[in-house]
Design a protein around this ligand. Structure first.
Ligand SMILES: Cc1cc2nc3c(=O)[nH]c(=O)nc-3n(C[C@H](O)[C@H](O)[C@H](O)COP(=O)(O)OP(=O)(O)OC[C@H]3O[C@@H](n4cnc5c(N)ncnc54)[C@H](O)[C@@H]3O)c2cc1C
Length: 375
């Protein structure tokens, strides 16, 4: 095998795979290197939510494009990715949260997102099973939705393979150097040369970057999720309870309910373990909001990482090392960002210029101002 490539993509999560897919469509000679299986990092642990309700113009624009791309996947791949627009309903229980929603809705309307503020009565009509006690309002966008991460990855892998992209799976990158080209050494000693390299290694990006002298402000933290057995479908929306003891969950098209909550305080580090306290906590939080879930049977529960940055926005840029690109820090949104981000990144890697303004995601920005309120 000739191990020389135009682009090597390290990390077979949604970001690496989406970028590889678009690079492969441009005829670029590429390899994806993944230390586990495709989707074994954060992507395979996410709950598949897709929304446009953000507070930042760049993110909203990106998400509008991503939703469009998700909607085209079934035709492109020849099988369903379970993309479904059931909407995202964000709930406010206090005036401050409502103020943030109202401010965001103004920004979202400027970007022509179909979103509105609903009263508790409207919310009850939309989701009859919801307990509206203490809810003061909700932001709702019917065009937001969901897709199945493993089906999306499978589709990308199918087309990348058809386009003659290579894969090194279950091979960890242990060394990365740059002379004229990049030299990448895998755990079994295999050497790969590439003109350009993308670090799309999710929570592991900081430690891999350190191997080439990059100091990236990336902070992984553990988030857990659970899924129930199938049940008759009785709500369509992703319901997001923004209280500090809230949670977020939706019903998949096969009837399973899948959900998470954000732990307070956060649980820092690259952690994929599952805690004892999560299940009783999420059961209590979910049934407080939708009491009819009280007889649902939980099938399994797991842990995975959000990779955070200090300002809540991702890093999407070429680093100070020419030809070395970084795409990480996706917080809880990397799955939904993936398609559009991969498309832009592939173009940037090939042509050296962005076709959208990504200065809010630049590697050299000041990370001090919080840019995303709906993390
Ligand atoms: C519980 C939970 C729920 C979530 N829900 C949502 C949601 O509803 N919607 C949403 O959009 N996002 C959600 N997210 C966030 C989303 O999962 C991530 O933002 C996204 O998957 C990040 O993708 P990635 O490609 O950057 O990283 P990853 O998917 O982590 O991919 C990185 C890959 O790099 C590989 N790798 C790392 N180091 C090396 C190395 N040295 N050599 C070779 N390979 C290496 C890893 O094995 C991994 O597969 C959720 C996350 C969690 C944990």
């Amino acid at each position: 095998m000739n191990n020389n490539y135009e682009v090597a993509i390290i990390g077979g999560g949604i970001i690496g795979m989406a970028t590889a897919y678009y690079l492969s469509k441009k005829g670029i000679k590429l390899v994806v290197i993944e230390k586990g299986y495709i989707g074994s990092g954060s992507t395979g642990r996410c709950i598949g939510g897709i929304r446009q309700q953000f507070s930042n113009h760049t993110t909203i624009r990106l998400m509008k494009q991503s939703i469009e791309l998700f909607s085209q996947m079934e035709d492109e791949f020849g099988f369903t990715v379970e993309f479904y627009r059931g909407g995202y309903l964000l709930l406010a229980y206090d005036k401050n949260t409502e103020k943030v929603f109202k401010k965001n809705i103004k920004i979202q309307h400027k970007e022509k997102v179909n979103v509105s503020l609903l009263s508790p009565d409207d919310i009850k009509k939309l989701v009859p099973h919801i307990n509206t006690d203490d809810i003061i309002s909700g932001a709702f966008c019917p065009d937001d939705g969901q897709a199945f991460p493993f089906a999306v990855l499978r589709g990308y892998k199918k087309i990348i393979t058809e386009n003659r992209g290579d894969f090194f799976l279950r091979k960890e990158v242990v060394k990365l150097n740059k002379n004229k080209n990049f030299s990448i050494i895998l755990e079994d000693g295999t050497k790969i040369e590439a003109e350009k390299v993308l670090l799309s290694t999710g929570p592991w990006t900081r430690e891999l970057g350190e191997k080439v002298g990059l100091n990236l402000p990336l902070y992984p933290e553990r988030h857990e999720a659970m899924i129930t057995e199938r049940m008759p479908k009785f709500f369509k929306q992703m319901i997001v309870d923004y209280r500090s003891d809230g949670c977020y969950f939706h019903q998949l098209i096969n009837g399973q309910v899948i959900g998470c909550y954000t732990p307070v305080p956060n649980v820092p580090g690259i952690r994929e373990d599952a805690s004892f306290e999560f299940l009783p906590n999420i059961a209590w939080r979910m049934t407080r909001l939708v009491p009819s879930l009280k007889n649902a049977s939980v099938l399994r529960h797991w842990g995975g990482c959000y990779t955070m940055t200090p300002d809540g926005n991702p890093i999407l840029d070429e680093s100070e090392i020419e030809g070395l690109y970084v795409a990480s820090g996706m917080s809880g949104h990397g799955f939904m960002f993936g398609p559009a981000m991969g498309k832009h990144l592939a173009k940037f890697i090939v042509e050296g210029k962005w076709d959208m303004d990504f200065k809010d995601f630049s590697i050299n920005r000041s990370f001090k101002i919080s840019r995303e309120y709906l993390k």
